[in-house]
Design a protein around this ligand. Structure first.
Ligand code: SF4
Length: 321
């Protein structure tokens, strides 16, 4: 197979993949920081609309902020986020990141008032909105399209796996088709699409994970977050792990699979995450996943060892056989 000979120059990074920091510097001419917002949303997989138990890996506790008392207004959360970054001299531009639960799941006017409030704050240059693919109506996409004329807008879809049998196993409450439909309705609206996937899901082997990546590589997707599956105490998956019913992915396989996926994804796709972190108080496994820097360094070393980078196999042999 012919491989792309050169690492793309437009990345402007020493990394072997197009990381979010480099993308922001290329786009805005400076670093841009994301401020996490919990706007009090839930999701249909927890409020009884689809189910109450949620996805099998989800702890359902939402943010620390929500657990600590009544949620402050979006503007106050942005103010607090900026204060946290104030020790950094280069923190001048921010993206309001509606992170917790499904952030397009609510009445239109309520959603619009929250997003408007965020965009009205000083130095906010855009929105990133995390949601499920079954929670995006066309009216909300129209609204994001309008915002995107003046702001950067990222819509982050949780997919996790392209395989319906896995989605059923982890109780996602939607099928891959729903995701494909959401992407088709979102694309070509100037809205950036980011997809979340999880590696190491029960019943999936390396080929299954690579198939998910190949499908994403062929879609009009602008960014990706690759998560490591964590077993957390108090979740269905955590119980399955403790009962010995599932095993967690090994570090070597994770690192090699991430490297394979990066080689498949097109070079313009922004890599927003390559592992998982947090959840220290309920973390069960895998033990090696606790050291995020160690995992990221191992991925860098693996690409270095192979002499490859993101996109080197993009567009070629995507669906061999
Ligand atoms: S992971 Fe997201 S979609 Fe799944 S139950 Fe938790 S909040 Fe809902």
């Amino acid at each position: 197979m012919h491989l792309t000979a050169m690492k793309p120059e437009f990345w402007n990074t020493a990394k072997r993949y197009y990381d979010l920091k480099s993308y922001f510097i290329n786009t805005f001419g400076c670093k841009v920081y994301k401020i996490q917002i919990d706007a009090g949303f839930t999701c249909p997989n927890r409020d009884g609309t689809l189910a109450t138990g949620g996805c099998s890996y989800c702890d359902g506790r939402y943010s620390k902020l929500r657990r600590s008392g009544p949620l402050p207004a979006v503007s106050r959360q942005i103010e607090a986020g900026k204060a946290l970054y104030s020790r950094l001299r280069d923190a001048k531009k921010f993206i309001a990141y509606f992170q917790t639960a499904s952030n397009t799941y609510g009445p239109y006017e309520h959603l619009k008032s929250l997003y408007d409030e965020a965009l009205a704050q000083e130095d906010i240059v855009g929105l990133a909105v995390g949601t499920r693919p079954d929670c995006v109506e066309d009216a909300i996409l129209d609204l994001f399209e309008e915002y995107a004329k003046k702001n950067q807008v990222w819509l982050e879809y949780g997919l996790q796996s392209i395989h319906d049998r896995t989605l059923a196993l982890i109780n996602r409450g939607h099928k891959a088709e729903t995701f494909l439909d959401a992407v088709a309705r979102t694309a070509h609206r100037r809205i950036n699409i980011c997809v979340h996937i999880i590696l190491g899901l029960p019943g999936e082997n390396r080929d299954d994970m690579l198939t998910t990546a190949r499908v994403i590589a062929g879609l009009p997707v602008d960014g990706i977050k690759i998560h490591l599956l964590l077993a957390l105490r108090g979740t269905v998956l955590g119980e399955q792990y403790e009962a010995g019913k599932i095993t967690m992915i090994q570090k070597e396989e994770y690192v090699a699979t991430v490297a394979d996926i990066l080689e498949i994804l097109p070079s313009h796709m922004v890599i927003q995450r390559l592992t998982a972190d947090g959840y220290r108080d309920i973390y069960l496994a895998p033990e090696w996943g606790k050291n995020k820097m160690n995992v990221l360094n191992a991925i860098d070393r693996e690409l270095e060892r192979r002499g490859t980078w993101q996109g080197i196999r993009s567009g070629r042999d995507l669906f061999p056989g």
